[in-house]
Write a protein that binds this ligand. Sequence first.
Ligand SMILES: NC(=O)c1ccc[n+]([C@@H]2O[C@H](COP(=O)([O-])OP(=O)(O)OC[C@H]3O[C@@H](n4cnc5c(N)ncnc54)[C@H](OP(=O)(O)O)[C@@H]3O)[C@@H](O)[C@H]2O)c1
Length: 292
Amino acid sequence: MSKPLIVVTGKNGQLGWEILQIADSLKESFDFLFTGREDLDLSRPESIAPFFVKIKPDYFVNCAAYTAVDKAEQDNELAYKTNAESVGLIAQNCAKIHAKLITISTDYVFDGNGVSPYTTDTKTRPINYYGYSKWMGEQLALSNCAETVVIRTSWVYSEHGNNFVKTMLRLMNDRPELNVVSDQIGSPTSAADLALTIIKMIESIELGRAHYGIYHYSNAGVISWYDFAIAIAKEGGKNCKIHPIPSSAYPTPAKRPGYSVMDCSKLVRDYGIELSNWEIGLKNCIAKLLSN
Ligand SMILES: NC(=O)c1ccc[n+]([C@@H]2O[C@H](COP(=O)([O-])OP(=O)(O)OC[C@H]3O[C@@H](n4cnc5c(N)ncnc54)[C@H](OP(=O)(O)O)[C@@H]3O)[C@@H](O)[C@H]2O)c1
């Protein structure tokens, strides 16, 4: 009997790469096709339909995105095509062949003015263009394919790719002191944990326990970037003095939400997936980085 085919975009990004790392252990149950921009370029919406002529996935996991948050303020067209228009077309094509779509979104769909964790019903109001393009992608995915799961996640890091953990470790090697913002609050997410969560969701759907719509997923715990930097220094064995600063002292082209914490209980309830603590994900990631 043929196995379900899972197409995963963004194979060179943090999340796509983490799914690639576990794919081999799942080969009894699933076939995988991992794509990079050379196989399917999301900045060219016209390339989506021809891809689906050749490939008929059972699951389409969209980990590719235009993720340069500051550059997106200028690069509106490229961000929109990649994060919104192409995602809508992927959804349309998935619907035609009854493929299930899992597409990743962001805490940046919220304005950051909340004081308690955002549920999937909390009103969205992106405050930068990246957030806007991802928010449009969510709506285009959900409106074009009924069998869509949108997973909003936050503060993603991995041993692979570019992220806060690796940047901090590098800077901590070079500098005796660092300033890190302490008034942006959120929940870090290990891309390795998110990769496993996506697979568990697919396994659940395969067993007939499908739930579609918007879900939130991050590791458990609420911290600031400053707290995160302190933990990275401790776990990485770095002797660097870290000073808390307000966001106003570190201006960026794109505004960041102040409060970014998401309530992930819907995913826990519907899919029976437990959240692991952010400290465990960080420990695992730094252990892998130090062993390389
Ligand atoms: N990183 C975070 O903190 C964070 C937070 C919240 C949500 N998210 C969301 O989580 C998902 C995964 O993020 P990530 O951290 O894995 O991102 P990432 O490391 O920046 O990887 C993004 C991937 O998308 C690919 N890509 C970009 N433009 C493309 C295009 N036009 N066509 C095809 N592929 C393209 C990139 O390809 P190249 O390698 O060739 O550049 C890269 O492999 C994204 O949807 C992102 O918006 C991320």
